[in-house]
Design a protein around this ligand. Sequence first.
Ligand SMILES: Cc1cc2nc3c(=O)[nH]c(=O)nc-3n(C[C@H](O)[C@H](O)[C@H](O)COP(=O)(O)O)c2cc1C
Length: 186
Amino acid sequence: MDATRDVAVIVGSLRKDSINRKVANALVELAPAQLKLAIVEIGQLPIYNQDEDANPPAAWVTFRERIKRASAVLFVTPEHNRSVPAALKNALDVGSRPYGQSAWNGKPGAVVSASPGAIGGFGANHHLRQSLVFLNVPTLQQPEAYVGGADKLFDADGKLANDGTRKFFGQFMEAFAAWIATNAKS
Ligand SMILES: Cc1cc2nc3c(=O)[nH]c(=O)nc-3n(C[C@H](O)[C@H](O)[C@H](O)COP(=O)(O)O)c2cc1C
């Protein structure tokens, strides 16, 4: 029996009706039982400013502590202007500081990007991976997950309504669970 793992899920969209939040909810539902996934909100985080490091906002402290408690991190993000949404980049920056105390360090991760567009947020997915290299987040390589046409995948209740995508998401989460088992430190 594999160890239970606490996985922080970061959604890169702040939108109430976010497609990426629906994708995240579907991934949570389809994950193997040993993964305990929970969305960690980022919309409340003040924009990072190094001047605040000596006396950080409470929201930064809570967020950093929550990420530190997690064994792994799953990012589910839209693409904004071919890159990572500002809110998600801010969360990465907040979690990475103060210098030498990054909450992300060494936690295995995975990236899913979703868009109504055909290329499924490829640009955001890979810009995020660039930051994750520096943040020392060993990131699942295969399968890659660029979810195109994502606005067509959900029913009126926000439930995944596409069998092919359901199968793929299940396989993706199995691969992520194996990746965590190999790479997690806690
Ligand atoms: C500021 C902004 C920039 C966008 N840039 C892109 C883009 O580069 N590529 C893309 O596929 N979609 C882009 N979109 C469209 C988003 O994919 C679309 O709004 C999607 O629904 C966002 O995901 P969400 O539903 O999870 O918020 C952009 C949307 C906004 C608001």
